[in-house]
Write a protein that binds this ligand. Sequence first.
Ligand SMILES: [Zn+2]
Length: 115
Amino acid sequence: MASGNAIRGTRVGSGPMGESVRGELAPRVRVSYWCAAGHETEALFATDPDTEVPLEWECHDCGLPVGLDKDDPPEAAKTAPYKTHLAYVKERRTDEDGQALLDEALSHLRERRGG
Ligand SMILES: [Zn+2]
């Protein structure tokens, strides 16, 4: 019924501005979102045809992405910072191992320079 041009032109029962009444009476819909940690985040959206309810939101408790499906929330891993290869290497090796590797690398460099 968006093409009611004839009715809109008559301004039936509307205020001087024609829009003021609409804001007060605008119905709202409460939408529940769920994060991977099980938090429920509620958000209110106007049921205006122009308003699009987003499929994903942000958890009010922990900031993780939340979705409409409680049983299948967005993966928290999506927002985990990308781990560099060096970070993995550091996790695998102790400081001693790292120092030994560094010494070995340095000695190779010295050999090349000396040659
Ligand atoms: Zn959460």
